[in-house]
Design a protein around this ligand. Sequence first.
Ligand code: C5P
Length: 298
Amino acid sequence: MNPVSERRPERVVETAPAKINLALHVTGRRDDGYHLLDSLVTFAEDGDELVFQASGSDSFRVTGRFGSELSEDDNLVLKARDLLRVALDENDQPHGPVSITLDKSLPIASGIGGGSADAAATLRGLLRLWKAELPGERLQQIALQLGADVPMCLASTPLRARGIGEAIDTVAMPSVPLVLVNPLKPVSTPEIFRSLKQRDNDPIGEMFMPADVSAWMQSLSALRNDLQPPAEALVPEIAEACDLLRQSLAGYVRMSGSGGTCFGLYETEAAAMKAALALSVYRPNWYVLLTRTVPGDA
Ligand code: C5P
């Protein structure tokens, strides 16, 4: 009997939670064209799911509701795997062939992380599978190399992001019912940034943690997503999605990232459930998800 063939291959499952920009202020632009941001970010309890399994050779498969819209040859997940391997070699850390499956349930090019969350989950999942470690700074460097939103997705906890998204401070935040709505019109992030009329907007300012959820939502109401006006001009359904969320008595409604996912925060589970149901009946061809935001400690 061969004891090796009896050993079950190691398997790791990692969620790639949807990223929600509660606010996104564009405060400037760097010489390389990247925009300076001040963003208040939380994450949903739900997202894509990745499975990593030790294997005889590398493979990658995409499944799920939006899987057919993604390439299995040119994907940020593969780029994350390969950059991680280079860094692990440099640091004398273990790695081996791996079979990766991505269950893509978040819409593509939709302002809620998507590819960035998948890339970050790949870094987290492979480090667990391979029982490997990297200095924090090196991991952050790889994350930023993969995309401006990848460092925040690596943290996947409520935070405030500045710089181009890489300067991160964790923030205390309540867990609240959340409804995501997307008209399923992909939005190009570079195109939205390009069509900004003003790039030197004011930052978010000082944030505090109010006593209750209602006061917290009230405190958000002064904040903006500066990418929302250009996104609404390009895809009018985004304004419609936000209107419908406001009519559903959400306590706070905005677009996330460069769109087109819009979200509503609710004080009660019952109100969020009612809104999600009404929206999916009224717009059966849109993406509607009932979930919660994750809680955060400062
Ligand atoms: O970094 P990532 O590849 O996710 O960004 C996609 C595009 O969005 C960039 O090529 C850039 O045009 C734009 N972007 C930006 N400023 C940021 C983040 C993204 O201009 N802070």
